[in-house]
Write a protein that binds this ligand. Sequence first.
Ligand code: MN
Length: 238
Amino acid sequence: MSTDLFDPLLPARVPVRGSDALFPVHRIYCVGRNFAEHAREMGADVPAARGTPVFFLKPPDAVVTDGVVPFPPGTSELHHEVELVVAIGRDAPPGLLGRHEAQALVFGYGVGLDLTRRDLQAAAKAKGLPWDTGKAFDDSAPVSALVPATEVGDLAGRGLSLTVNRALRQSGRLADLIWDVPEILRELSALYALRAGDLVFMGTPAGVGPLRIGDTFVASLEGVAELHGRIAPARRVR
Ligand code: MN
């Protein structure tokens, strides 16, 4: 009989508001350039036709649930991107999702930060190289407790905002998403097998900027969820 060489790590788990249940994380998908104003501030073209969304992934163990983010190694430019986080509660059926099927996969919503080592991302972009070191690093996905979709209702009228040291840095309306939640899940389903446990970071509004050790932040999905956190000194050992 075969045995594991060592104990596999347990998945990261995100609390569910108003419940003892935890949401075990399978994958973290992220959407790039889903607000036109942010695409412009990053120097990207915003074509009249939407084309296809930009996707990238973070490792599932990048999740941070207590808001305390150690300043990451290898960067001098850690940036915040406040985002709607969609939690998938059911495996997708095979094939491309319809709008209704896509919405039915959603367990709930939260708010999170797609933390970015902007200097490394910019260097990779300039060379046409992958973004992984800029996006997919330890502790790069702080997220609030999740709120079941049944308690949230319509998202389009809600706002997304981030304060850093109590000053407003980012604010946007979910009505301004270029691709809404069912559209993003449909596009993802054309590329990946969506599973219960997947999180989708939906893209950030304009106003991204730096975070430094000692900064405190509050990310907010209006009327639904808040994430209070801070940037802690870099880890020395794991
Ligand atoms: Mn982002």
